[in-house]
Design a protein around this ligand. Sequence first.
Ligand SMILES: C[C@H](O)[C@H](O)[C@H]1CNC2=NC(N)=NC(=O)C2=N1
Length: 103
Amino acid sequence: MSRPKLDSTAVSEKLASVPDWEVDAGETALTRHFKFANFSEAFGFMTRAALVAEKLDHHPEWKNVYRNVEVRLTTHDAGGLTGLDFDLATAMDRIAAGTGTKR
Ligand SMILES: C[C@H](O)[C@H](O)[C@H]1CNC2=NC(N)=NC(=O)C2=N1
């Protein structure tokens, strides 16, 4: 699935719907740090998010340390941010909200 790279205006507009995420200076990626109650919650989040990512055919760059999950979203094919990154960010927010996220 090919999506157009978003310009600065579109990125700003879409960021309003995922306020817990940050955009890097070059507007190439969305990042968010999730902190869960324990490792099981963190890994459960990753498992559920992985299934959504596979369904979207859009995959996160992420790192898990104990109950922390660092996520970076970018569209490699487009060399920047596309609607898919915001779709996956929205899905991750929804999943985390259901698992007792601690920030
Ligand atoms: C062939 C397949 O659709 C592509 O390689 C997909 C897979 N997952 C992907 N994930 C991300 N984050 N960016 C991509 O450009 C991408 N491309």
